[in-house]
Design a protein around this ligand. Sequence first.
Ligand code: KG4
Length: 350
Amino acid sequence: MVLTLASILESVISMNILAFESSCDETAAAIVQDGRTVLSSVIASSADMHTIYGGVVPEIASRQHVEAIVGLADEALRQAGLTKGDIDAVAVTYTPGLIGALLVGVSFAKSVAYGLGVPLIPVHHVRGHIAANYVAHPDLEPPFLCLCVSGGTTALVDVRDYTHFQVMGGTRDDAAGECFDKTARVLGLGYPGGGPMDKMAQGGNDKAFVFPRAHVADHPLDMSFSGLKTAVLNTVHNARQKGEELNLHDLAASFAAAVSDSLVPRVMEADRMLGYHKIATAGGVAANSRIRAELTRACQQAGTKLWMPPLSLCGDNAAMIGCQGYYEYLAGHTAGWDLNAKASLDIAKG
Ligand code: KG4
């Protein structure tokens, strides 16, 4: 094992971090010990309340965070068998996300940290998603390449160290998750749509519909999903106008193939460029069975090691924030009481 400053500090600094996540429609609290041991993790989701609108309504999400966050903090302590006095630091997602939703978590975390007299650690949400891999896989250490795919992010990230990141490529327009959600909405599959679309694709013919795989001429690692989204929506609307029945299993399978074909070859190209031959995945879309299967196959062929978080850690949770918070703390990244939420911020600057 290579001795880094982080690995030396890890062996001497022991701490319980109380972590909060509220960037979108999940309110979550967790207690993580020494970065990788999750003592408790609880999540409340307002997804059901957004279903009828086909997407997250920011004001509803914020109000639900306010309702849930105090109870979740208590529950996280109860499940971990700890009291407030056992908490050594508080970590919170402060960017990127819905600003009103983030503000609930940030304000609450600040008040808890202030009240307990412990450090406050700001965590970038996508860094947290990457850290879900550390929770699930004790053997994984940077450097590695991470495919980050969620409702708001699609990026190939060079994870150079626990707190040093470089984006190698990403979407120029919609995130892959947004594309899943909008397609699911037009098919009446509810929100969030990625899971139901994944189920619908099972047994479908992935060649039944020809959907575009976009290329960005000046940057081969960049992607574009807005054309794919438009193509699927046009297919559905045209069929409806003509009164034709579409085979939804075939449609979902063809759609998943187009997303996977846009992601997997670029991930493998980035892997070749970096030469780590270590890949991890992160974010809600990383739960997709087609993407998981294609990436597994490509990594086996290339002799590259692959880590994927279990489905339970792909979506938003606070355990990943507590884990990343530990490494941010070791790197000296703490915040003052003037910490503010930010709707967007490059992962490299987070
Ligand atoms: O990481 P996440 O929970 O929240 C964000 O940080 O955005 O990701 C949510 C996204 C949604 O767009 C949802 O539809 C998608 O992840 N998703 C999936 C699957 N499960 C969730 N997309 C494709 N296939 C899935 N199985």
